[in-house]
Ligand binder design. Structure first.
Ligand code: PEP
Ligand code: MG
Length: 325
């Protein structure tokens, strides 16, 4: 049975009525790409590059980063590789960064905030990504965006990085899709403004749930309140997808919510165009997508969006799709 599932996992994930949904893998280290391919992943939907920074005595240089990214890109061929820029601090502390001891790191100088404050570190990474992009199908993904100013500053940094590469005669590619993580409530609320400036959205439900429901994602005392089916979260996902669609860009999801097969109908129904997850989850989610007919999903979503509790949404989901997925 498992062998059959693994072989089947290499077929595309297409709904009964013929809609193709790319199912991608999340990785933290370059060697994990093999597992994504083994499990039938269509590409890398989230490369968490911060792990390259965590396991070292000091910041990595541009060439080290370039080689790392190129290793992943070489294995993936023309499949998309979504490289997320540095998401350090918050819950991922780097021991050689000593100037940011914070009382409340989840709300602190994390991810893009840190990068914009330390332009030389950000520029080193952006140069490495643009150089590696010359070898494959790269997308750049920026974490923890809370408003348009951060997007504009990050884009300006990308231009600066590209200009410096031209001046120094490096091979590089500037024309890569640039997207943002949607994981802070203010990004959802201003999604229509952000959609004008970027090429795609990727919803990070791990943080979006943390910041929307005020639930520390690492605090076991409140783990039971970390609820993906909370009506507020479904509303956030819907609003993000609607805003993106109105502006002609796609919405992906790379948070853990994407890895639960039972949630596939709700995510497709809300308008998520691509899912990315830990590699082990890929075959099950692909299977779930194959059993969905999107014609049945629209009336289900209409009903689900009127539900007032997680339990009611879960019950409706199981009643409508439990057998199939
Ligand atoms: C998320 O927040 O959902 C996400 C995918 O990013 P990370 O888990 O790395 O914060
Ligand atoms: Mg996140």
């Amino acid at each position: 049975q498992k062998a059959l599932m693994v072989r089947k996992s290499h077929l595309p994930a297409q709904t009964e009525d013929g809609i193709r949904i790319p199912v991608m893998g999340n990785i933290e280290l370059p060697e994990e790409v093999v597992s994504v391919l083994d499990h039938g992943g269509d590409g890398i939907g989230l490369y968490r590059t911060e792990f390259q920074y965590l396991s070292r005595p000091d910041f990595p240089g541009e060439d080290v980063l370039f080689e790392n990214y190129k290793d992943v890109i070489d294995v993936m061929g023309d499949r998309p590789v979504t490289i997320r820029t540095l998401d350090i601090n918050g819950d991922k502390a780097v021991n050689y960064i000593r100037d940011t001891r914070e009382l409340n790191p989840a709300l602190g100088l994390r991810a893009i905030r840190y990068c914009l404050k330390k332009p030389e570190i950000f520029k080193t990474q952006l140069r490495a990504i643009l150089r590696a992009a010359a070898y494959g199908n790269v997308r750049i993904l920026i974490p923890m965006i809370s408003g348009i100013a951060e997007v504009e500053q990050a884009m300006a940094m990308l231009d600066e990085a590209a200009d410096s590469l031209i001046r120094q005669g490096f091979a590089y590619k500037r024309d890569v899709p640039v997207g943002i993580m949607i994981e802070v409530p203010s990004a959802v609320i201003t999604a229509d403004i952000l959609a004008e400036k970027v090429d795609f959205f990727s919803i990070g439900t791990n943080d979006l749930i943390q910041y929307t429901l005020a639930i520390d994602r690492n605090n076991r005392h409140v783990a039971h309140l970390h609820q993906p089916l909370h009506p507020a979260i479904l509303w956030m996902i819907k609003r993000t997808c609607d805003a993106a669609r109105a502006k002609g860009i796609q919405t992906y999801m790379c948070g853990e919510m994407a890895a639960e097969p039972l949630f596939a109908p709700i995510l497709l129904g809300l308008g998520v165009d691509e899912l990315s997850m830990n590699p082990q989850a890929i075959p099950m989610v692909k299977d779930a997508i194959r059993s969905i007919n999107t014609e049945n999903v629209a009336p289900f979503i209409e009903k689900a969006m009127t539900m007032t509790t997680c339990a009611a949404v879960q019950e409706l989901l199981e009643r409508s799709f439990g057998e199939a997925v």
